[in-house]
Design a protein. Sequence first.
Length: 267
Amino acid sequence: MRKMKKFINSISAEILKLKYPPILWLCVLIPVIVASIIFTASYLDANSMMQLGKNPWSRYQSGGMGIFGVFLITPFLVMLISTAIFIENHSHGWKGVYSTPHTRSSIFYAKLCVIIGICITTIIISIILNLIGAYVLDYLLPEIEFRHYDMRLLTFLPSYIHVLISTLGIIGIQYFLSYRFKGFLIPMSFGIIAYIVGFIIGTTNKPLALYSPYSYPSIVRDYQMFTIDKIGIIQYGWLNSVEWRSIFIFILFIILANILEVRKNIS
């Protein structure tokens, strides 16, 4: 019970630290960008939304999720993780952090939980803003008839969960790199370059994408933006091979990073 209380205190401390860096504003800015793009595109091309007998929510929600999963979630995570760790790397902050009664592992996993929590919060905000955007669009263009169809929220919520799982490998790698390098530039540069390369690989419709963790968010679902039928994704129950690979990479790099951090000499 005492350990759990200390861990919760560590999480609270990490949340307080992240209240001040400007990067946290991306938690809201990213969903606003997604909602604005899909709203504007749907408003300017309303005819494509009005297909006889088809639920307009499907196209609208799929578009928002595609923009979020393919173009924005990976750069957001790279910047978030690099910034979260740099707070301690800057001005030798680890000495002060490790002088507290909390264990190194407790601090390590508390920071990780906060990062994943911010990612989940960003997804929730994105879903809410997309729903608001759809109703505003329905008010401006009643002929789209959003109000006459089921919004299919329960159908798209699992899809966002799959996207989140696909990012775990990226979180693990970036978390490892940010702990191993004191500077901000190396983890950030690696993550952005890996994202660009991963995006290119993910759009080639080749099995090579299965070996690029930074491609996983773009291939875990069919966003109807580019074909993924030849990549060789296999479904294992509720999760597919991309998600299982992402989970494995996440566990591997997090355990390795934790072991190295516990053994690190900061004197």
